[in-house]
Design a binder for this molecule. Sequence first.
Ligand code: ADP
Ligand code: F6P
Length: 468
Amino acid sequence: RKKDKKEQKGSTFLVLANRLPVDSYTDENGNIQWKRSPGGLVTALEPMLKKREGAWIGWAGGTSEPPAPFREDGMKIVPIELTQEDVEEYYEGFSNATLWPLYHDAMVTPKFDRSWWGKYVEVNQRFADAAAKEAAEGGTVFIQDYQLQLVPQMLRELRPDVRIGFFLHIPFPPKELFSQLPWRRRVMEGLLGADLIGFQVHGAARNFLDLTRDFLGLSPTENTVVAKDGRQVKVDDYPISISSKEYDTLARSAEVEKLIHQYLSELGNRRIILGVDRLDYTKGIDRRLKAYREMLADGMLDPEEVVLVQVAPPSRERVESYAKLREEVEREVGGINGEFGRFGLPAVDYIPRSLNRTELAALFRIADLMMVTPIRDGMNLVCKEYVASRIFGNGNLILSEFAGAAQELKEAWLCNPHDIDGMKEVVKAAWDASEEEQKRRMSTMRDHVFEYDVDRWASDILHDLGID
Ligand code: ADP
Ligand code: F6P
């Protein structure tokens, strides 16, 4: 395809994600400004974005008309518009009431709605069109997550010259579950438009490879599938991580130290069990509260000596199952506090909002036990953040076997969140663990988290995509 000189320009490295890596705010003069949202993904991809005239295409949140593309922090930001209907059907509907539950063990019944599917196709096409317009000849486009699974194929049709990578941040289900999806072939074919498809864990990559054989009649080998038109698609696991050194430095800072004193006195100098999760039914917050309540009731824990701090900012609030979860969790917290709290000293300190990273690091520093107990989680970054923040090398991570991170952090106190009695035993063992035992476990996990940080993730996946 012939192009004139002007058209040949564009970005040689492009990231597509449902959300932009910037948040808007209004400055003192009433003007809309943007600032980078904290997050490992953007930090990891930043060097590549800066080096290669990078651009990021995504949704700014909300439904007002988005601004024209602009530059921020060395990258071009290209906002995608979503109307109210798009948000309801593509984001809340197909992404978060169909795919999200289906890919997380169908622990909430996925809804299969044909008009949501239509909108998913339409919005994916919008992202693909924007990428096709933005990408330089022979550039690389790196697409993120379950909201955009059709984009690889759509983009390949528009721009066969670009290299396409895709990374799924959430689990990829086994055949028994994926088969439920009425549009399963379309999703598989959508993904196979990429040159590389990355998953969090080996089992997810395996599930995908098996499906290419079962649904598309292809003959995949260990890490490769030969797709239509003889293209080789690399399929592998690339466990994502955090900016470990940044967390470690933050955890040692004077601001964190100051907050620690404040928090400890506010919490009545009791030992702290911590939970930090988006308020999502996959995170197992309800099971955690149940186990904690029973431990207080059984006398395995003494409310004079312990407090559970649960930070849980509401998420996807207009999706029914999330609204229901919020009610249930808040009722249970109220129940536990009614039964075991004392005036000014709740047994559960429930914080239903986002905290900044300094506040989170201070909580990680003072938590004797960190409970990360999802029913299913693609990776889970919170547990890695806890490990990176344990600058004295002690502390106890209680981690669900069903988080991707459990494949790496094998020295955590592993638990099955479906097994309440088992979880109570694990909490008790961690509660009683000697300093020596804690350090033995934590030092191995810290070594791992520092070696396999998010920079390592980005360099591994981008290397396999053919750019360094
Ligand atoms: P998910 O992507 O499903 O929300 P992860 O554990 O992989 O779960 O990532 C969550 C990210 O959001 C982490 O970086 C974590 O620090 C951050 N986060 C979680 N809860 C809060 C909170 N209450 N306030 C601020 N950030 C939070
Ligand atoms: O980890 C999955 C994910 O969808 C991320 O992409 C996102 O940052 C997070 O969950 C929060 O979800 P949402 O963008 O729907 O608020």
